[in-house]
Design a protein around this ligand. Structure first.
Ligand code: NOJ
Length: 552
């Protein structure tokens, strides 16, 4: 059971992301579903996670993996029913696991009733005011209203046809044309979302991960912006881009916070905003959201100085507003970290990899990924895990182009492969249809044969497996109260990061040579062979006890 008196649970929580389409398929149609998740919640509880975050399972034409929501207050039949959702929430709570659902407030689906109604209504109508409809530029209005580009490629505007089948106004979509942006200046949009928040809170959810929350409010007049807007968003000449991080978002977050605070226990908001630490910190001020993903940290190459700097900067920014930092290494949008670290230097996080691209060094990637995870879990604050990372699952970099579903692939004219490689269904058993993902043997994305070696049943009970390392790390993290601690840096060598947190030393060697470990007992290592050694090999991290005699 969850403890409603634990009001600060989110400050230290480890939250496991489930991507419903790829977690477990109970009905055998090849797409994961809510019953599949409920059946496998024991895995999440057994891992030691405090909560699950479910990516969208709402009715959707699935133009963007469900981030195109046609009805915010129902379940897509592919995923099940509202009763299935309720059963999932209850089972999770029985297991002591909280539930966070996805809120997608920047845009809906072009199949949403209110957008259909707007399309059918004339320019200037109240119905169209719920979205951003504008006349085009140029003598015939056939140029988009401004120069904004879609995050998936091409213009951020699509032209409509009017009642006489003539070209009409354009509508704004920062993502796919199937995802029209809401107009948050419109009170009826706010009222809609308050209904949605209450709908899920009344059904017992413990919080919301808020999709691209920094894009909800646009600068008045929608001015041109001829600068890049991908990745962690930076200001230019002191100005934020007109579609990101506008001041008006904060007042909306405050109103949501008040709404959530009226519910029993602590229900939380977690911001998805690709902003630098000093900007995300403004979203987690005491009366706004609780958490914001630290994407600066996620974006780092395997480099000790970069990691140290990012931890210092992020924690300083968040400390200043009294918020914990929320660490994350993988999610459904970026190349899995077990593959990312198999390349040298920075990689394009969302671009994907095809069979004809340079391939990552899988062994190196996994080695570094395990080391990176131990470092992350030794930091104070909250941490998000993405399904499959506890298995050391790599990105699938050899998917046939014909099976790709990410809209980026089409929108980029087949130049960017996109994010399907991190969304391939999970392997539960080495032997069995779809490695246990689906009873029928169908999977919406094909799983490579080598997934057998990563299956949960292969790793269970193996002391050297990645799964065992995650379970032990989560248990130790809780036992040692690392989530609630502080960071006191140790200087060991330039390519080594090391700190003390709650009388536990975390050391990571990101350099090419072994380094001598400080005195103390090794509690856990990313390389099982190091448990008793005195030298820390390259690309390895450990947690150690601080010797009682040491003055730290
Ligand atoms: C962020 C989500 O994580 C991603 O999957 C989606 O494509 C965009 N937001 C648009 O909703």
């Amino acid at each position: 059971m969850i403890d409603h008196d634990d009001r600060d649970w989110w400050r230290t929580a480890v939250i496991y992301q489930v991507y419903p389409r790829s977690f477990a398929d109970a009905d055998g149609d090849g797409a994961g579903d809510l019953r599949g998740i409920t059946d496998r919640l024991g895995h999440v509880a057994g891992l030691g996670a405090d909560a699950v975050w479910l990516s969208p399972f709402y009715p959707s034409p699935q133009v963007d993996g469900g981030y195109d929501v046609a009805d915010y207050r129902d379940v897509d039949p592919v995923y099940g029913t509202l009763e299935d959702a309720q059963a999932l929430f209850e089972r999770a709570h029985d297991l002591g696991v909280r539930v966070i659902v996805d809120l997608v407030p920047n845009h809906c689906s072009r199949d949403h009733d209110l957008f259909r109604t707007a399309l059918a209504a004339p320019p200037g109508s109240a119905e169209r005011a719920m979205f951003h409809f504008r006349a085009g530029r140029g003598p015939r209005g056939d140029l988009p209203p401004n120069d904004w580009v879609s995050m998936f490629g091409g213009p951020a505007w699509t032209r409509t046809t009017d009642a006489e089948d003539q070209p009409g106004q354009w509508y704004l979509h920062l993502f796919d044309p199937g995802q029209p942006d809401w107009n948050w200046d419109e009170p009826r949009v706010r009222a809609e979302f308050e209904l949605t928040l209450r709908f899920w809170l009344d059904r017992g959810v413990d919080g919301f991960r808020v999709d691209v929350c920094d894009a909800m409010v646009k600068a008045p007049g929608l001015p041109d912006w001829p600068y890049p807007t991908h990745g962690v968003v930076e200001s230019v000449g002191g100005r934020m881009p007109p579609m990101w991080d506008q001041e008006g978002i904060h007042e909306i977050f405050r109103s949501w916070r008040r709404l959530l605070d009226d519910y029993a226990g602590t229900r939380i908001l977690c911001a998805e905003a690709w902003l630098p630490p000093e900007r995300t910190a403004r979203i987690v001020r005491p009366d706004e959201m609780h958490q914001a993903f630290n994407f600066t940290y996620l974006s780092l190459p395997w480099d000790a100085t970069a990691i140290r700097d990012a931890v210092v900067t992020s924690m300083a920014a968040d400390d200043a507003v009294g918020a914990p930092t929320t660490w994350v290494l993988s999610n459904h949008d970026v190349m899995r970290h077990a593959s990312r670290y198999g390349y040298e230097g920075r990689v394009e996080l969302e671009a994907g990899v095809g069979a004809d691209d340079p391939q990552p060094d899988q062994a190196l990637g996994l080695r570094r990924a395990r080391a990176a995870t131990l470092l992350m879990l030794a930091l104070p604050g909250s941490a998000y895990l993405y399904q499959g990372e506890e298995l050391g699952l790599p990105e699938v970099t050899t998917l046939p182009d014909s099976v790709r579903r990410d809209p980026v692939w089409e929108r980029s004219g087949h130049s960017i492969r996109g994010r399907d490689g991190c969304r391939v269904p999970l392997p539960w058993v080495a032997d069995g249809p779809c490695f246990g993902f689906s009873v029928s043997g169908d999977a919406w994305l094909p799983q490579p044969g080598y997934f057998a070696g990563y299956a949960v049943d292969v790793q269970n009970g193996d002391p050297r497996s990645t799964l065992t390392m995650y379970r032990r790390a989560l248990a130790l993290r809780k036992e040692l109260a690392l989530g609630a601690g502080t960071v006191q840096w140790l200087e060991i060598a330039p390519e080594v990061v090391a700190w003390v947190n709650c009388r536990t030393i975390a050391v990571g060697n990101l350099g090419p040579k072994p380094v001598r470990l400080p005195a103390g007992e090794v509690l856990i290592s990313s390389d099982a062979a190091v448990a008793t050694g005195t030298m820390l090999p390259p690309d390895t991290s450990v947690w150690m006890t601080v010797p009682t005699s040491a003055d730290i």
